[in-house]
Design a protein around this ligand. Structure first.
Ligand code: ADP
Ligand code: MG
Length: 511
């Protein structure tokens, strides 16, 4: 071999060494990046830990806060609002009733025909989006609703038999915080969910609607004013009278339940009846130091328009789960290059919605095509390798599991407060000596898009219920999914509160 040949060989060897060194360097970096990203996941798992022991602490805290909220106005972050609903539908109600459901982006008008014997003969629903500009103008909003209701009534009564009542009766579901003054009236405390009509705050919501109905010449009485949880409880109770509480797990989360009159200390003397009452907990605002909070939750809260508010809701409900997952992926992407360069989309709040989290979590294809698709289309992160897709699924799992288990703890907290958790004396599955005593069947009505549509969420919630309650008690606690409870329930309550049927149908709550 000549000199040139030797030089060439030496040059090739050197180049090969450089290439090898670059490749080794890259793989070391990738491994380091991978290790960092796994560390982020481990920290998330630790931060979101919901051992049964911790869930029981949340149960206790919920029951304690409920007591405090009932003891005095402002006694707890739980407002424990009075509804003045003392009686729930029995199933004997008959006739045609209307309902109006206003509480989010859409509003619904319903007509329900009741046949007695727990029979809803028919119900018709008309759903309409609320025009954006009306969310900031009160008289126009109520006039718009009244006009829609009038059109609906005229249409319905043309195609079916006219209502036989002299005056039609309406249940109004208004899912914003209201200080009730009776079961059919209350003043608006504040708007949420994008509504802001200043002159309506502090006004009687029923009266605003009633006046608009008169202006439009529609002869209809607002018989009850409720929120969506109360409607869900009414529908649940109509079908099954062991129903004692209702929980909404959708865009937001809230719960209500039946309370004994003597336990509502803050209104002793105000109540004219010794019957129980439905309490609207506004549980989205529950807070306890036992809640497993991560830096992602703190950041989400700080960036929200209502910091320090609705802490429980921000860990549980559909409005927020997607954004927690987005924040974790952003952190992973900043910590390493396993997602490639940081996508600007990862900085956009609420771009990753909870149904997308569900779709990724429940992707059962072998190479996680759905995950890859959502990362590419929504977050503009293309070509994510399979091990990184698996990591994303795990993040969805951790965030959803925590949410579902906390919701379960909240539900058991309510049961504990009313002595239906199996640990409260006579209702227990076993006495201290171990002999069996009878546990009462207890039903909780559950409604909302997150619980109804996200199978993994529902399964985690049910599993946590069994773990917290234990095998002896869990079979006695039933979660019943209701549909359209916020609307149909309002019509049912209009029926049970109707002047013409009240004596026939009254079923004062005996707890
Ligand atoms: P609202 O709470 O506004 O009355 P819903 O009860 O229908 O409405 O809940 C809608 C919410 O449920 C959505 O904002 C979304 O967060 C959640 N959701 C709906 N479908 C799904 C799904 N397939 N998977 C996960 N979450 C869902
Ligand atoms: Mg709803």
């Amino acid at each position: 071999m000549g000199k040139v040949g030797v030089a060439l060989a030496a040059g090739c060897a050197a180049a090969a060494c450089v290439v090898a060194a670059v490749m080794v360097g890259r793989s070391v970096r990738r491994r380091r990046g991978w290790r960092r990203v796994v560390r982020v996941l481990e920290e998330l798992e630790e931060g979101c830990a919901t051992t049964v022991g911790r869930l029981r602490q949340v149960v206790d805290a919920m029951a304690v806060e409920m007591h405090a909220g009932l003891a005095s106005e402002g006694g707890s972050k739980l407002k424990m609002l009075l509804t003045y609903v003392h009686d729930l539908p029995t199933g004997n109600e008959k006739g045609i009733y209307y309902a109006l459901d206003l509480g989010g982006t859409n509003f619904r008008v319903l007509r329900v025909k009741l046949g007695g014997q727990r029979c809803i003969i028919e119900h018709d629903v008309d759903l309409q989006p609320i025009p954006q500009h009306l969310m900031t103008s009160s008289s126009e909003l109520f006039d718009f609703i009244a006009t829609s209701l009038k059109d609906f009534v005229e249409r319905e009564e043309n195609i079916s038999e006219p209502s036989q009542r002299e005056r039609r009766e309406l249940g109004f579901t208004f899912s914003f915080p209201v200080k009730q003054t009776s079961s059919s009236s209350g003043t608006l405390m504040k708007w949420t969910k994008g509504f802001s009509i200043e002159d309506a705050v502090g006004r009687d919501v029923s009266q605003c609607l009633q006046e608009a109905l008169s202006r439009k010449g529609l002869d209809m009485q607002v018989t009850v004013l409720i929120n969506d949880t109360v409607g869900t409880l009414a529908l649940g109770h109509y079908h099954d009278e062991d129903t004692v509480a209702a929980v909404i797990i959708g865009t937001g989360t809230n719960a209500c339940y039946l309370e004994r009159a003597d336990a509502i200390i803050k209104c002793q003397g105000l109540l004219t009846t010794s019957a129980g009452m439905v309490i609207n907990m506004e549980w989205g605002n529950f807070w306890s130091s036992h809640l497993p909070r991560t830096p992602y939750d703190a950041e989400l809260d700080a960036d929200s328009p209502n910091p320090n508010d609705q802490g429980f809701e921000k860990m549980i409900s559909g409005m927020y789960l997607g954004d927690i997952v987005r924040r974790v992926i952003l952190r992973m992407s900043q910590e390493s290059d396993v997602f490639g360069p940081v996508s600007s989309k990862l900085h956009e709040p609420f771009i990753l919605r909870t149904p997308m989290v569900a779709a990724m979590h429940e992707d059962d294809s072998s190479n996680l095509n759905e995950v890859a698709q959502i990362l590419k289309d929504t977050l503009e992160i293309p070509d994510v390798p399979l091990n990184v897709r698996k990591l994303v699924v795990k993040v969805c799992d951790v965030v959803t599991r925590r949410a579902a288990r906390l919701a379960a703890a909240g539900i058991v907290g309510i049961l504990k407060k009313i002595g239906r958790d199996g640990n409260s004396g006579m209702t227990g599955g076993k006495t201290k000596g171990g002999s069996r005593i009878k546990m009462r069947r207890t039903v909780v009505a559950v409604e909302g898009g997150l619980y109804a549509n996200y199978t993994m969420f529902r399964e985690y919630l049910n599993e946590a219920m069994r773990q917290i309650l234990g095998e002896d008690v869990a079979p006695y606690v039933i979660l019943n999914v209701t549909n359209d409870g916020s609307g149909i329930g309002a019509a049912l309550l209009a029926a049970s509160h109707s002047a013409s049927t009240i004596t026939e149908n009254t079923n004062f709550i005996v707890i």
